[in-house]
Design a protein around this ligand. Structure first.
Ligand SMILES: C[S@@+](CC[C@H](N)C(=O)[O-])C[C@H]1O[C@@H](n2cnc3c(N)ncnc32)[C@H](O)[C@@H]1O
Length: 299
């Protein structure tokens, strides 16, 4: 396995995301959110499409609330997927202008097809992003996992993540916010073991999960953490809802992507559920506020 500090490239991302928008539409909810939903107060098991969509919208609203966007504010979504957050930001009028970055051409085409007013979607790595003017808030939902590749030392991962936080700091107005959602390994788990290898080769190439200590070490110079929650149950419920919906759409899914890819997705969703159930991975939602200037931390 070749260590990579750059994480997933456009080719790696397309391996996973460009299997087809029609395929994902079969088992994701109507917002096409491809990340853990927020199930607080939702009792249903998620097998009904509208309940999953309700929980996904609650997740999107959480991130918009944490953004504390001023009226007409400027929002950046790093890893915008199929545009669910951008659409909601427009719908509720929180954002005056919103920019979304993705590395997937299929996702970009979908966001363009939504014709969202005030929204600019770009096929662009965050490493190349140059804002037209500063943002009031940044949201990044489950893209962080693709920012550093497998095989790195913890120190190398921290340096890679620190580049991301430094870039976000430079793009935000003073006092601007960053709302981050990411899956992470719990301490003590061998990130480069067989499960990590399955995900890196068959599911999300050139991606690797962070650990909480790495996130906080990497962000500390540029952001203060204002809230953090670990919500593994949210992912278990989301994964169960996705698995049930994919299983129910087996024939259509196999027509769309073939039997092998269908089976690979069934396996990966189940494997994820087991990792969350065993407590080997968890889901973090982290709210941050931009520090005025970078802190000089003791080395
Ligand atoms: C799991 S999807 C999540 C999408 C969306 N945030 C959601 O919750 O549905 C990860 C997203 O991150 C994007 N991504 C990964 N690495 C990226 C990078 N270096 N620069 C920009 N986008 C990236 C992918 O293209 C994809 O849109």
């Amino acid at each position: 396995m070749t260590p990579t500090t750059t994480g997933a490239t456009a080719t790696d991302i397309e391996f996973h995301y460009d299997v087809g928008n029609d395929f994902y539409a079969l088992w994701l909810d109507e917002t096409l959110s491809y990340s853990a939903a927020l199930w607080d107060g939702i009792e249903d098991d998620g097998s009904q499409p509208d309940v999953l969509a309700q929980a996904q919208r609650a997740k999107l609203r959480h991130h918009l609330d944490q953004s504390a966007l001023p009226p007409g504010g400027r929002l950046l979504d790093v890893g915008c997927g199929w545009g669910g957050l951008l659409a909601l930001a427009c719908e509720v009028g929180r954002a005056g202008a919103a920019t979304g970055l993705t590395l997937s051409r299929a996702q970009l085409a979908h966001v363009h097809s939504l014709q969202l007013p005030g929204v600019q979607a770009r096929l662009e790595d965050w490493r190349s992003h140059v804002p037209e003017s500063p943002y009031d808030a940044i949201v990044s939902i489950e893209a962080f996992e693709a920012f550093a590749g497998p095989g790195l030392t913890p120190a190398e991962r921290v340096r890679t993540y620190a580049d991301f936080f430094s870039a976000c700091h430079s793009w935000l107005v003073p006092g601007g916010t960053l709302s981050l959602q990411t899956i992470a390994f719990d301490a003590g788990v061998d990130a480069d073991g067989p499960v990590g290898a399955f995900f890196a080769s068959d599911v999300f190439p050139a991606s690797a999960l962070p650990r909480l200590a790495e996130i906080t070490a990497a962000c500390d110079a540029h952001f203060s953490v204002t809230a953090i929650k670990s919500e593994p149950r949210d992912y278990i419920r989301t994964l169960r809802a996705w698995s049930a919906r994919l299983r129910a759409e087996r024939d259509h899914a196999q027509q769309a992507v073939g039997a092998d890819t269908y089976q690979r997705y069934r396996l990966y969703l189940k494997a994820c559920e087991v990792l969350f159930l065993r407590g080997e991975v968890t889901l973090y939602r982290v709210s941050m506020r931009r520090r005025t200037g970078p802190l000089r931390l003791p080395v």
